[in-house]
Ligand binder design. Structure first.
Ligand code: MG
Length: 244
């Protein structure tokens, strides 16, 4: 117990280390919000429409994707791209557009993916009037969880992902805490603090099974053979309360 300024006894809340309305608690840092989905002031911008300097290629150092008119586009069969920087718990924003010229069906139409820590895929797919197996639908935690809803826009139109990512924690080879993910797709919740079951398994037959890895990792975008476009990509590291 401690005495508050008005001399009434107040109790420190053990979980926070402060009493309610404690004036000595650090002020939350002020952040200027972005305008119309542009990056907030404390974000790490990974793609601002101009260049791929924040990225390397998955097959070679120089990324191979095309940059024009404020977006980047997959150059099919040249490999994915991977952030040069690595991240732990983050808020990620990115936008993607399926090819305006519709080709293929099912998994063959506008396929790409966002791999958290290079390992856990959020599916990117053109599912506008194009159903596929549910856990491979756009927004799915691929091979594990379908999106709660399919809120995709028409081919060629821009979609947004806003992702909250909580890293898995390991002690040696042992999993202490699985990863959790929250995803908004075009502003609609499609995963709400959903447990990731393990690394993404491509195909069927194998169960997802965690393998220990460092607490930080890159974000990678997939080349699945379709000219999917991306723009406006930024991340914010999620910190702890009361850090100053
Ligand atoms: Mg994919």
């Amino acid at each position: 117990m401690t005495k508050a300024p008005d001399d009434k006894p107040k109790y420190i809340i053990p979980q926070t280390g402060y009493f309610a309305h404690d004036p000595d608690r650090p002020q939350p840092p002020i952040v200027t919000p972005g305008v119309a989905q542009s990056a907030p002031s404390d974000a790490t911008v990974l793609f601002d429409g101009k260049d791929l300097s924040a990225w390397r290629g998955s097959k070679q150092d120089e990324p191979t994707w095309k940059v024009e008119d404020g977006y980047m586009e997959v150059v099919p069969k040249t490999g994915g791209i991977v952030t040069r920087e690595e991240f732990g718990d983050i808020q990620l924003h990115l936008e993607f557009a399926s090819p305006a010229e519709v080709q293929g069906q099912g998994q063959g139409r506008g396929n790409s993916g966002v791999f958290m820590m290079g390992t856990y895929e959020i599916q990117v797919l053109d599912n506008f009037e194009n159903p596929t197996y549910p856990d491979g639908t756009v927004g799915a935690i691929y091979s594990q969880w379908p999106p709660l809803v399919n809120g995709i826009r028409k081919p060629g139109e821009w979609n947004t992902y806003d992702v909250l990512w909580e890293v898995p924690l390991f002690e040696g080879p042992k999993l202490l805490k699985p990863a959790f993910i929250t995803v908004l797709f075009n502003g609609i919740v499609i995963h709400n603090h959903t447990q990731i079951l393990g690394p993404t398994v491509i195909g069927t037959g194998d169960l997802p099974c965690y393998k220990a890895h460092p607490p930080v990792g890159p974000i990678s975008l997939q080349d699945h053979g379709n000219p999917v476009r991306f723009r406006n990509i930024w991340v914010r590291r999620i910190g702890a309360y009361d850090l100053v």
